[in-house]
Design a protein around this ligand. Sequence first.
Ligand code: PHE
Length: 456
Amino acid sequence: MSLDSINTPRWSRRFTFILAATGAAVGLGNIWKFPYIMGENGGAAFVLVYLLCILIVGLPVMIAEMTIGKSARKSPVGSVLSMVSEANASRYWSIIAWMGCITGLIILSYYSVIAGWVLHYIGDAFSGSFQGITPASAGESFDALLAAPSTLLIWHSVFMGMTIAVVAAGVTQGVGRAVEFLMPLLFALLLIVLAYSAWVGDFATAFSYMFKPDFSNLSGQAVLTALGHAFFSLALGMGALMAYGAYMPENSSVARSAVLVALLDTLVALVAGLAIYPIVFATPDLAPDSGPGLLFQSLPVAFGSMSGGVIMGGIFFVLVAVAAWSSSIALIEPSVAFWTERKKISRIPATLILGVACWFVGIGSVLSFNLWKNYKLFDKFTFFDFVDFLTANILLPFGGLLTAIFVGYIVVTKTRDEQLLNMPPLLKTILIWSLKVVAPLLIALVMSVGLIKTFT
Ligand code: PHE
């Protein structure tokens, strides 16, 4: 990768930036989380709201984040501060980036635990233990995994180690290269699983479950979950795309990149849903609302009955792990970038210290599936549920709200517009309005209603 004359490294090609941003966006959120929260929230109506959230709120905020990073070319905190000083605004705005760093670290703590499940399943798949597996025994082996804190802890540690290793080496070095061929491969494999499960499963029911909305069972809480997931899945609201935007080549278009990343991310989520649900509906023991185990209970059954399933299943879980890996990097990068920029600490110790801290917090999520299963915060959340709810449904949308307002009102217009030069005027007007008015109001409304419904 080339080093630019100004000391920030850049990804040498436009395409590499798109792939790295897609690598951040596409991850467990698409393949593991989207299918099961869709099932918990009633299917198609939730899907529709989710798509609207991406279009109306997610896309404008994504453009805003990339704009900040690409104009200032620093860590998220540094970038926000340079925009603040250019505009003579209050330094308190840097809370956006601060909060984002912390949010990313909290997400990484439990993200790594779930990615650990995926690592465990790679071994299971390649060793042939899915062969001829029944839905009931797939459920039992998943439950057995969750019941074993030491196994979960080992895989959580392995995954965190993998994340630390890449981030310590520097994001422009490792990440750009790896995602370049692994992301397309993941997508190809998802399509194969989709074709297979459409072949053996109940595709018609799955399709209407996902695309024929019935709004009667859409709750205020579900709308908040959809909004939160739009942020989570697009990797928004915590500065990741600001951090990546800083490495963006000068000649790439912020708006076009954002549209492409959002499209790819959405496509992967929908394909993952369509690959999983035909199997769920063809399997009497599996229900759409099975929760976080949905992926791990449905796909082994599919791989176990398909010819070549041992290899295919193994490769599939490897690729999901890679997708999780390229996302986990984006979760910790803003903090590492900030710390190395400010305190003159070098990348390796900074990454190690932050990574170990996340690992430690992650132990809470490990235990929440077994020893601490019955400790409930607010009478409803396990530790895992709580960190997930806090980050996805509160901190990310709130970060997005502040980012929209910041770019809508505070950032100097000339600076902002430099990044939007090649946008058609009408789209640009829509974008500015959605940053100034629509996105902040919608986020505030959905968050207030959702939080009230959740806690009353
Ligand atoms: N977008 C990632 C996923 O869907 C998670 C993520 C969130 C990554 C926020 C970076 C920042 O799995």
